[in-house]
Design a protein around this ligand. Sequence first.
Ligand code: AMP
Length: 125
Amino acid sequence: MAIDPTLPYDPQNIFAKILRGEIPCKRVYEDDHALAFHDIAPQAPIHVLVIPKGAYVSWDDFSGRAGESEIAGFVRAVGHVARQLGLVSPGYRLLANVGRHGGQEVAHLHVHLFGGRPLGRMISP
Ligand code: AMP
């Protein structure tokens, strides 16, 4: 079910638990600002989630409250992961769902990184 991105950050969301090491993930990359791991239900040959380490619900929340170093660190981490996975030359897609219309299910900001095959139309009808 989609989350309400206007609610305060819930520290019990599943990605907060992954960040605290309470549940496992298949880690791809980690630095001071971000963690990247494989999606548990991949929708492409490569489907990785990149999340900031700070407590932010959505892109809107992050862009409004995060500090410059957090924002720069997170954006750089997304690019780093794409390069690390060899996706720059074939290409890839980034997606950040927000709220009900975006279909956001986990209330911690995450960017989906898809690749490994031609990805078709930008959004379904
Ligand atoms: P969204 O709809 O943008 O909120 O996407 C949430 C994503 O998190 C979905 O693609 C899920 O498959 C993924 N997901 C949920 N739980 C886990 C988990 N424990 N480890 C990795 N990915 C997960």
